[in-house]
Design a protein around this ligand. Sequence first.
Ligand code: GAL
Length: 668
Amino acid sequence: MGALGFLEGMAYGADYNPEQWGPATWKEDLELMGEAGVNLVSLAIFSWARLEPRPGDYEFGWLDEVMDGLAGAGIGANLANATASPPPWFSHRYPETLPMQRDGTRLWTGSRQAYCPSSPIFREHAARLTEAVAGRYREHPALTMWHVSNEIGCHNALCFCDVSAEAFRAWLRSRYGSLDRLNEAWGTAFWSQRYGAWEEILPPRQAPSFRNPTQEVDFHRFSSDESLAVYLAQRDVLRAITPDVLITTNLMVTKFQRDLDYWSWAEHLDVLANDHYLDAADPDAHLELAFAADLTRGLAGGGPWMVMEHSTSAVNWQPRNVAKRPGEMLRNSLQHVARGSDAVMFFQWRASKAGAEKYHSAMVPHAGTGTKIWNEVVRLGEMLNRLGEVAGTRVMAEVALLFDWQSWWALETDAHPSIDVTYLDRPHAFHRALWRAGVTVDLVAPGASLDRYQLLIVPSLYIAGAETARQIEQFVAAGGTAIVTYMSGIVDEDLHITPGGFPPAFRRWLGITVEEFFPLRAGDRVALDDGTSADVWCELLHLTGAEAVASYADGPLAGTPAVTVHRHGEGTVWYTGTRLGPAGLQRLVSTALTTAGVQPTVPMVTAPAGLEATRRVGDRASYLFLINHGSDAAHVRATGYDLVADREVTGTASVTAGGVAVIRQTNP
Ligand code: GAL
């Protein structure tokens, strides 16, 4: 058994949707899977309508044949319980299960995932189908792991129907216990919002003006829990029937999905699995990939995880679906592995000839096997075969970045000082600066242990309860180095501001007090006296122990501090009261890295922009991943064995423009 508990080496494969084809194609599929080195497929994800064509009437014959074929070919099934999308008969019979948008619009059948997550009728039918599938395949030799539903909450995380309203009230009762406590937390003394009975409380539906922000964030908390409950109910059925089979579902850790707080989901997945797609409009999308992969590793507690879906080339759901350049798919795949994935899986195996995703790339494209995509698919299979020994090793980092879905929701509620202050902006900016510095960073939850880190980044941690604040303070006091940005430590878990100056939770040990926010007009920039510049955000800040590192040279706050540093206890903490441009941010990060004593992953001989370097560490050897996204060859100091090129490296490892290397280095 491998590190993920189900396969030796790396898993390689895709979503497999044989119901879109016939037996002749299934036969060819198995041959081609063999040629590509596929050893795992995610099967039957959207098969509900085919498996249960009429209520309670199951047809498993076709899936038996596919499962038998896979077993015969030595390919594992990451078998879905097929509940991802209820069939038309279900929504026709139970229209009350259809989800509802904020404005009261019902979402109808004819697409996918058209169900209310709180619907007891949906949950009951999903449990019944799960039982039937699990009962049928519990002993099947192809069954390798269970894939519950698919991207739970992708399209339906927030449902505003009456069934959801009832479930929301039950959730609030258990969170607050009493209406008095709820009224206090929601600040309902404001705008005559006081609730006198639980029945008066609704989801935050479309309203004449700004909605109550605490109600809004509580609705997000509730909705994340409801989607998790959808997973847990189905998982429990599988667990009871097959106690020894691993169970997972595919998360969506990406900038496109913000509705689910995955920190509370992670412990319930036997294998942490993620789907990731590039933003075709972003020329540096590989940097966002690195961020998402690091966050996924954080969810996996630092251990191995699996990329369950990505694309061989273009997707079909963005405005302009840019195809991947030669080599790009291999680099993307290796990036996931470099950051801890023990699998490379795609959506999907064979391009669909019909339906809404027929323009989505696949491992077997419409044009067949004499193609760029197929050649790279075969090459990747060979490469992953050689990288089998990497499975189970761990990525090590000395830098942590606090990431918080709840701050994401709260910071982006209505009526804040500037719409240009968005949550992901600063976490991404700091991650990029660290990437450019060649340093690996772990993304961790507020409250997670910080013991093994030298440097802590706290970007836009808008919500900070007393415990989180105390933990960060103690990290610094005990000798750690930290950077805290504006819009961190501003509100408590009820989204209340404590009077006395910003940021109330952090200002004492930051050695500063912020008197007033000074957001900038769209497009305005301010100069700093260290020669760099900033935009979007400024604050009137007073020093109460900290020193100014940079001050505004112009703009509304000319002459006042913009960036500060404070010695607190044994440690050092920087604060940025403005949105530093890339140059200022890179300088700050590099100073903090030096103070913290953190070195880049590998010494560069010639370091073109665009070289990504990470290390996975095992008991006997470590593996240096070098991924060159740039247009010039890169040379780094390294000795070992390159598993990609299959040759020794002595002294200097060279990676061609666009190329990759994975160098095994024996532990001293
Ligand atoms: C995922 C989904 C797949 C497929 C893919 C297309 O969100 O799980 O079923 O739709 O996107 O990129």
